[in-house]
Design a protein around this ligand. Structure first.
Ligand code: TRP
Length: 327
């Protein structure tokens, strides 16, 4: 039997290169080898977007188009939407009964996101419980492996703690502790050199046209000390060089030597990057556009995924209810 693997993505907007290399690239590779479950975490999005009046369903369809266009294959993996499976909410509630508050208050993403997102009231029960919902997502499918970005490691650790507590309290070994699986790619810098993120406005999206890619990369930050063409650069601190590592691994030595000796300028370096990024994003962009022209076909894919996911989810929840003796 194949091992079970699960991961989720929030529908907080279009997918960008940081999302792709941070997680989705791994999803595509791992769907071959594992019994993979991939879902859009629309309820998680609600924990911070509840005041925004955004259409989460629309964003969900867009993310699904992004995922399929990027290589997630609904015939190999089970692709579904979290809120289509009510058992996520039920298991979340049950886990919330046994999760001590201090475990949640010390979650690093809880503290940092609260500080990062200004002007939103994140002082809610739901937002504090974000990682409990994530633990429910993972254990509902009794997942062995969870491919995520490094920023999620504490959430997986917390999932293991909840599993241990559940098993101890109810004298069972029903749940097995899951393991995280990180991507091999380092965190991607955005056009301003900070971590690529929608909220920083520095991201390159899968929906970007060739012209937009060209403009964004042409003006992307480089080594700040390299002001003139004749200045020698330091590729180790240059965000463009970090992208070269992903898109032009074979040219890395040559570009590094050229930069350090001022043999090439930043414009020359970027000229080697731009067409490669364009030909990487191009086919994904075109495919996502075609998919989005037929939203009912996307809904059909999601319904098939939900039916399959629900069978597993129901099995787990039936077992859990009997273990905790409410059934
Ligand atoms: N918290 C994850 C993120 O922001 C998304 C997510 C929700 C998730 N539930 C999950 C990831 C379960 C892995 C497993 O990226």
């Amino acid at each position: 039997m194949k091992k079970r693997l699960l991961s989720g993505i929030q529908p907080t907007g279009k997918m960008h290169l940081g999302n792709f290399f941070g997680a989705v690239h791994n999803w595509v590779t791992l769907q071959q080898e594992y019994d993979a479950y991939y879902f859009v975490a629309d309820l998680h999005a609600l924990t911070s977007a509840y005041e925004d009046g955004v259409n989460i369903h629309e964003s969900t369809l867009e993310v699904v188009a992004d995922l399929i266009a990027s290589g997630v294959d609904p015939n190999k993996a089970t692709l579904f939407v979290q809120s289509d499976i009510p058992e996520h909410s039920e298991l979340h509630l049950i886990f919330s009964m046994i999760t001590p508050l201090p475990w949640l208050e010390r979650v690093p993403t809880y503290k940092s996101k609260k500080e990062e997102i200004q002007g939103k009231d994140l002082n809610t029960y739901g937002f504090l419980g974000y990682p409990v919902l994530q633990a429910a997502d993972i254990m509902l499918y009794r997942s062995d492996i969870v491919p995520v970005g490094k920023d999620q490691s504490y959430h997986i650790e917390l999932t293991r703690e909840i599993v241990r507590r559940f098993n101890a309290l109810f004298k069972t070994d029903y749940f097995k502790e899951p393991t995280e699986r990180f991507t091999s790619f380092p965190q991607l810098p955005g056009t301003d050199g900070r971590k690529m993120s929608k909220s920083y406005g520095n991201a390159l999206y899968m929906s970007e046209s060739d012209i937009e890619i060209d403009q964004k990369l042409r003006t992307m930050f480089t080594d700040p000390a390299r002001l003139r063409r004749q200045d020698k650069g330091n590729p180790d601190i240059c965000p463009v060089f970090a992208l070269q590592g992903i898109f032009n691994p074979d040219l890395l030595q040559e570009l590094s030597d050229g930069c350090k000796s001022a043999g090439i300028g930043c414009v020359d370096c970027k000229k080697k990057l731009i067409p490669v990024v364009q030909s990487f994003i191009g086919p994904i962009r075109d495919k996502r556009e075609v998919l989005l022209q037929n939203k009912s076909a996307i809904e059909d894919v999601l319904q098939t995924g939900a039916e399959k996911a629900r069978r597993v989810a129901k099995e787990t929840l039936d077992a859990v209810k009997s273990i905790i003796k409410i059934k």
